[in-house]
Design a binder for this molecule. Sequence first.
Ligand code: ATP
Length: 354
Amino acid sequence: MAQIRIENVRKEFGAFTAVQSSSFTIEDGEFFMLLGPSGCGKTTTLRMMAGLELPTSGQIYIDGEEVGQKPASQRDIAFVFQMFALYPHMNVRGNISYPLKSQGMGASQIKAKVGEVAEILGITDILDRPVGGLSGGDRQRVALGRAIVRDPKAFFMDEPLGALDAEFREHMSEELRALHDRMEATTVYVTHDQLEAMQMGDKIVVMNHGVVEQFGVPQDIYDWPATKFVAQFIGSPPMNFLDFNGMIGAGHNEVRLNEVSIRVPDSIDGANGKLTLGVRPEHIRLDDGAPYRGRVLATEYLGTTQIVTLDTANGMVKARVPSSDKIRVGAATGLAFDERTITVFENDHGHALR
Ligand code: ATP
């Protein structure tokens, strides 16, 4: 299996820059997510790593070897596309063994290998069935079988579950993750779905407008977003932003928000000017005694929790509180923030202050 490293990789299509200078490392055996909204450059990044697109500049290393200008055929990567196209005139066994036949592998070795893969995917009993009558799930498994049968260095998947309905999608994503954990194969997975990325990924790269906004493990990205874009893109409802004009002295950990002192994490170096306080909905408590005030505009019941929308002097804020809390629309209340989880952003570039 493989470690994949990209260094200062950039891609231009004519005058348009699809991927700005980007660098990150995918460790051997990782399930790695390329996440971002439509058009952010994630597919182009994947295609450059696969050798289907040449970078305008920068280097791509697979296991330490620079492969940026090498064709896809020399990179030993299996691509799983959204449309799991199978050969309709072959049965399941024929489809899975096809890549091995093309490599010239002997019949008995092919039989053993296909048997092994079918066992992993739980499709041994359908090996001799035509692919035409298979369910959606079995078709996906056969397509995966065809990808994993030849032990490539890495698997690349571009929105592989994009065409499935929600329930089946969740089921297949669990299967994919379990398959990865059994095989420990380096997997790079493109998605625009932040929940999918958080649930499945060991690490995530978040991209926006061709720029890598953040790279890290899901929990760090959720708890410590590097930019306002990441803070809004990850989490549902997203992080609240409270704009204010303020000053944080180096070594101090308080800001004045609408005349109320709010404690922020100790790690901020100091800043002043137009700042934004970022706080996740689940890190706000509604407490009548708290000095920072708001008025309840609406509540949304979600089972064990409810989302409360409040109007404050710094804009609209959403809090996630237990459903057992009695909330009255129109009532004034205090908002208490959990200081350990507050992120302060500077407004010029939207970067988090640490
Ligand atoms: P999506 O999820 O919609 O596929 P994406 O994040 O994967 O989005 P890319 O497919 O990488 O985005 O495309 C990034 C940008 O580059 C888009 O604006 C796209 O129109 C542009 N682009 C991609 N391929 C080409 C090409 N061959 N020629 C010109 N522009 C391209």
